[in-house]
Design a protein around this ligand. Structure first.
Ligand SMILES: Nc1nc2c(ncn2[C@@H]2O[C@H](COP(=O)(O)OP(=O)(O)O)[C@@H](O)[C@H]2O)c(=O)[nH]1
Ligand SMILES: Nc1ncnc2c1ncn2[C@@H]1O[C@H](COP(=O)(O)OP(=O)(O)O)[C@@H](O)[C@H]1O
Length: 385
């Protein structure tokens, strides 16, 4: 490591004017003509850390719409401007698995959402250590066996995979539980949440609204598991166009006749609903095979064989232990200074009893980001001689 350390952190003093009262524990970083002030609680959701923007040119304060599940407020923060419109925020008195966050203020996802929602947007993405792999999108016509394959995978590897629980306006089937199979939702409520930017994607499928909330994906990633999304081709297309870096798998039936038999044998739909699903199936299969969305196509003829192919695709065999790296806990010091050196952040303890240890936060392998978590964080303790 060479070169002079570049320190970007700027702690604010009390007494800012213009309708925004800042506290000494608030932290501010400047990007261009704007200061992003991080501290206190978020206006709309007091459980989350607040973000405000001060525009130097107009001398005005604004509260952006904050997307993603953010960090809970704490006593103090360090903040550093990174490349690609991201601010690294380190919580000073938090547990090691809750201390590293990224506030994206001009990332591709933020730009996309700003355009979509027509207002100022920033988003949180939590930093996750180790290399949990990219989410998996599984699509295919109704009755092909997506749910069956996903259930088998989650049963065999419970610590490895987690299911993104979608929202839907359709009624629950008799064995389906709210919050487990779907979040069963009123149409007006779901539409409002879509307008508020809470959804990664949504689509009208077989006459009902379905969608993946950003939170549903984050809940799985936070538990250290690889997220599985069971969504239709339209949803897969939206995810492909978004900044969520995912693996796309399409499941095909051996024939339309077999698909129909499976749908009937499942016995969960009325005749009218079965007919609608079969009509949609032809177009879905055509789109699935030809749209260029799906990198992998599986044929679900014999279930065991198809399951084996799915596991091969995911690079797992029956001995595969856990997802990503086992990471040892490293607690960040409560009082510290941060210094940026290229892709590394040096965290040095300060205070009365200064220890010689320094923590290096290596960001050179980070991937992912909003919507969802920022993976690939490496934390290491370095003893100074
Ligand atoms: N776009 C989108 N599609 C979804 C979502 N959740 C489920 N779907 C799709 O909606 C379709 C209907 O799902 P469902 O009513 O559970 O019936 P099933 O496919 O016959 O089990 C399937 O193609 C699912 O993949 C979602 O969050 N977004
Ligand atoms: N390879 C297969 N052979 C025969 N039946 C299957 C196979 N895969 C799934 N099924 C059955 O087909 C029905 C539909 O499967 P399901 O997983 O609910 O489909 P999807 O989630 O794609 O709508 C279920 O009753 C399931 O047990």
């Amino acid at each position: 490591m060479g070169g002079a350390p570049a320190l970007f952190v700027d702690h604010l003093e009390n007494g800012h004017t213009n309708g925004c009262s800042l506290k000494s524990e608030d932290t501010s970083v400047q990007i261009g003509d704007r200061s992003y002030v991080i501290g206190g609680s978020h206006e709309e959701n007091p459980l989350f850390l607040g973000v405000q923007i001060h525009d130097k040119i107009t001398n005005k304060w604004s509260s952006p719409t904050v997307l993603g599940t953010g960090p809970k407020p704490c006593k103090a923060y360090s903040a550093i401007v990174l490349k690609q419109g991201r601010i690294l925020v380190i919580k000073k008195d938090a547990a090691s698995d809750d201390s590293i966050w990224f506030l994206e203020v001009d990332s591709p996802f933020v730009r996309e959402q700003r355009k979509l929602l027509g207002k100022e947007v920033v988003t949180w993405s939590k930093g996750v250590r180790g290399n949990a792999e990219k989410p998996i999108v599984i699509s295919g016509p109704s009755g092909v066996g997506k749910g069956t394959l996903i259930t088998m995978l989650m049963k065999e590897f419970p610590s490895m995979f987690g299911f993104s629980v979608s929202h839907t306006t359709r009624s629950p089937r008799c064995m389906e539980k709210n919050g487990v199979h779907y979040h069963f939702t009123e149409k007006t409520v779901m539409e409002k949440e879509i307008n508020d930017g809470k959804f990664l994607e949504f689509a009208s499928v077989h006459g009902n609204l379905y969608g993946t909330s950003i939170e549903s994906v984050e809940v799985v990633t936070d538990s250290g598991k690889r997220c599985i999304l069971d969504i239709d081709v339209q949803g897969a297309r939206s995810v492909k166009a978004s900044s969520l870096d995912a693996m796309f798998i399409f499941v095909c039936p051996p024939s339309m006749k077999e698909l129909e038999d499976r749908l009937r044998a499942r016995g969960t739909e009325t005749e009218e609903q079965i007919q609608k699903r079969l009509r949609n199936a032809e177009a879905e299969i055509k789109a699935g095979k030809s749209s260029g969305i799906f990198g992998h196509i599986l044929y679900n003829d014999n279930l065991e064989e198809c399951y084996k192919s799915l596991k091969n695709l995911l690079g797992i065999d029956n001995d595969a232990p856990v997802n990503g790296l086992e990471v040892e806990g490293i607690n960040l010091p409560k009082e510290h200074t941060v210094t940026k050196m290229e892709d590394k952040i040096l965290i040095q303890e300060t205070g009365e009893v200064i220890k010689n240890n320094m923590i290096v936060l290596d960001l050179s392998s980070i991937n992912g980001g909003a919507p969802g978590r920022t993976r690939g964080i490496v934390l290491d303790t370095v003893k100074s001689s």
